[in-house]
Design a protein around this ligand. Structure first.
Ligand SMILES: [Ca+2]
Ligand SMILES: [Ca+2]
Ligand SMILES: [Ca+2]
Length: 287
């Protein structure tokens, strides 16, 4: 019991350590791996910027090169697909690639559907010239992330998102090419984690995030207590106000109103009685 509790704590620690790795890695300064330098022409311009937009070589496209914030040279390339001619001519963005660390080499690319939704994003997070991050989108929302976290060219972390929220992660934590950790999430929050201890790619132990569950239950109990207290206070307040209304100051008026109501209630009956008497009177006279 105690051992599984400790394992759960370790699980949470592992997750928090990985959480810092955002899916979109644009701009993150990679601290690992050798950097690559752009090959320059005699005039100082970049000979090959390692373009990641494959669409740029197509015939039906138009390119735009712009300089982003803080960049003297153009570092953002947009590829547009061109439709129609003349007055009907229009274009839509199908690929955008960026040199985020301004070393002359493109290190982030995103492609878009004809409807303008994100399709795929690839990134070189450590700027070693090799893509290590792949983000896939479904209907424009993040659906899958694949990572090469030790930058050896092999994927070692796979994340699946449902309706934009993290649903599960598989990890090859010792980079031997085999998955050894499975994490299941609910509403984006780690619920349980399976660990492969003997390297047969099967879960040997499931750790539940008992600490988290305890906190959730504790919060629910506290909220319930607070609601009860609020209701009790409100009821007490209503009672006090009710008492105030019956005190002399208000009591006199209330008494007067009551009397008026009594009078009003009495009148119709009185009228009816009178009418009844009147109706009843003539036969008497005829007799
Ligand atoms: Ca770059
Ligand atoms: Ca890389
Ligand atoms: Ca790897």
């Amino acid at each position: 019991m105690r051992a599984s509790l400790r394992a759960a704590t370790v699980a949470v620690a592992i997750v928090s350590a990985h959480v810092g790795c955002a899916p979109a890695t644009s701009g993150s300064p990679g601290a690992h791996g050798p950097k690559v330098a752009a090959t320059l022409r005699a005039d100082g311009t970049v000979a090959d910027d390692h373009s990641l937009c494959e669409a740029r070589t197509r015939k039906d496209v138009e390119l735009s090169e712009t300089a982003g914030t803080g960049s003297m040279q153009p570092n953002v390339r947009r590829v547009y697909k061109v439709f129609g001619t003349g007055a009907d001519r229009r274009k839509i963005l199908i690929c955008r690639e960026v040199d985020t660390n301004l070393d002359g080499l493109k290190d982030n690319v995103r492609t878009f559907s004809d409807e303008g939704q994100s399709k795929e994003e690839r990134a070189d997070a450590n700027f070693d010239g090799k893509v290590d991050t792949w983000n896939h989108f479904a209907k424009g929302r993040l659906a899958e992330v694949r990572l090469d976290k030790n930058f050896d060219g092999q994927e070692d972390e796979w994340k699946v998102y449902l309706e934009g929220k993290l649903s599960r992660i598989k990890r090859d934590s010792d980079f031997d090419g085999k998955v050894d950790i499975w994490e299941m999430y609910r509403k984006g929050r780690l619920e349980r984690m399976g660990v492969d201890l003997d390297r047969d790619e099967r879960v040997d132990r499931w750790d539940h995030d008992t600490e988290w569950r305890r906190k959730v239950e504790e919060n629910a109990r506290r909220e319930e207590r607070e609601t009860e207290e609020r209701e009790r206070d409100a009821a007490a307040k209503r009672e006090r106000e009710g008492e105030d209304a019956e005190k002399p100051q208000g009591g006199g008026d209330a008494g007067a109103d009551e009397k008026k109501r009594d009078d009003r209630a009495a009148k119709p009956d009185a009228g009816k009685d009178t009418k009844k008497d009147a109706d009843a009177a003539p036969p008497k006279d005829n007799e």
